[in-house]
Ligand binder design. Sequence first.
Ligand code: AGP
Length: 632
Amino acid sequence: MCGIVGYIGTRAAHSILIEGLQKLEYRGYDSAGVATISEGQLTRVRAKGKLQNLRQKLNGLEDPARVGIGHTRWATHGKPEEHNAHPHTDTQARIAVVQNGIIENYRDLREKLKAKGHSFRSDTDTEVIPHLIAEFLAEPTEGALSGQSLFLEAVRQSVNQLQGAFALAVVNADYPDELIVVRQQAPLAIGFGQGEFFCASDTPAIVPHTRAVLPLENGELALLTPLGASIYDFSGHRLKKHPITLNWNPIMVEKQGFKHFMLKEIYEQPGVVRACLEAYLNVDWQTDSGYSPVRLGLAAPLLQALQHIQIVACGTSWHASLVGKYLLEQLAGIPTFVQYASEFRYSPAPLMPNTLTIGVTQSGETADTLAALEMEQTRRTQSGTAAYQPRMLGITNRPESSLGRLVADIIDTHAGIEIGVAATKTFTAQLMAFYFLALELAYQRQTLSLDQIEAILDGLRQLPAQMELVLESQERYIEELAHDFVDTQDFIFVGRGLNYPIALEGALKLKEISYIHAEGYPAGEMKHGPIALLDAKVPVVAIAMPGPVYEKVLSNAQEAKARDAQLIGVVPMNDPEAEETFDSLLPVPVVDELISPLLTVIPLQLLSYHIAARRGLDVDQPRNLAKSVTVE
Ligand code: AGP
């Protein structure tokens, strides 16, 4: 959470910083600010609220600075007010710092600094950092970086005092040719240009300028000057590091004519499924070919003789993992446990032997998911028992992320970057990864016949066209239907089996972007309590796809109807029974229930989108949320 950008080079810094912040606004939008240095002076401009407010303040301001830092904030310590907006400065306003993360020992540091005469002007944890740096600069000691810039040494000494998670960018009016960046448990990448360097907490702010990117590791800091980049660890040892080249097209981070990123990303789903099919499917596979139809590129021992699978994730990725659990258990016969990463890291299950641990995260930067995986890796390594040794797998659309560096085996979900805070195409892509993982395991363990595998693959191959059909045939109708729910206060979503996680996902989408209270339940659980909520004011969305639980869901829907609830059905096309049951229909092509989640989720995404848009809300940047939750 929070977006950091920085620039040093030969071009005017202001516009580069603002452009970068715009690309990162999905990481926080409580306030924004920039600090630049020119002619020995530090200029800082900050504004409460969205970036637009900062833009207005900067309008008409001529600033020749060639170095600067910027920040878009998701408030943790201190209300979203201008005095809490980053950058923060030292007492003399010579040093400016932007931070992402949380400094856990800031109270203690602040008291010590106050006792030395430093005065504080914000309620943030960040503000101690420029004061600490000023303190080390005022009394320079012979440090590990002797011979290097005193400013760099002061930053290095300061970060060694900090506890918690942080990514920083720091400038100093007395060192106008230096931009310093730091990473400790919060993402920070450097972009290498020609005679210029960029830094950002996420690569969309860098890719419009360069695809040569170096993501810093935890415990590293870098000195950027127009002439070069030098990387050090926190002890002051110089490190040899080279940038990687990102395989990205800057167009991915544009709306391309859609009103919102979320709508664009909903429409990208057929393409994402095609990309997954192309990547994971052995095209010339035949049932008699003698090899697996799936190619995930994973190390062979990872999947051998597995007894258990445990999955850690948060939010929408957790919902995708619930679908994954169903597939891994039902297709490959492996007992699978899904845990919220934030719970797992503090109360993990006792160690189970021969267990694959999977971390699912679209951003690859979710703090809880990374911490849970790290904890599991450590406790398994330390167990000393062969059967408990870690087998770790990551599922993400951002293989270049922290997850990609933490875990050796990654399934790249080929969804590309997602900008809308509400996850849509990345969810679909995570589901595809789970279908193929389950099929690979089913093939290896012979839990499905080759004909059964081929039937599922055939279903998956048809999906892109079927998804296009849902988008084409449904959107206009859903836009109209959304009109009826602009003032609705509560929604219930129900499904069973594989479509129960889709009910959860439908409810999450609605609450996060429309702020309407919504809950998802397994349809069979309604009469154990939640049915008491129902009356004419509470619409019920039921997902009923042909399969073993179809009739059951229809009768659960009837029970809701008997309590006057307005019924919306995500149902198979041209199904007279469904037509009779529901007040409104969101039909999808008739497919095997096993692959139906990839279709049933689409009308629910569209419904949330159109209700939120009708309510005039900011769909891509809903209140209180940020795209990557990089703090605990
Ligand atoms: C999804 O719409 C949400 N924005 C949120 O629940 C998200 O899925 C969660 O924060 C996990 O993010 P990740 O996939 O990047 O780890």
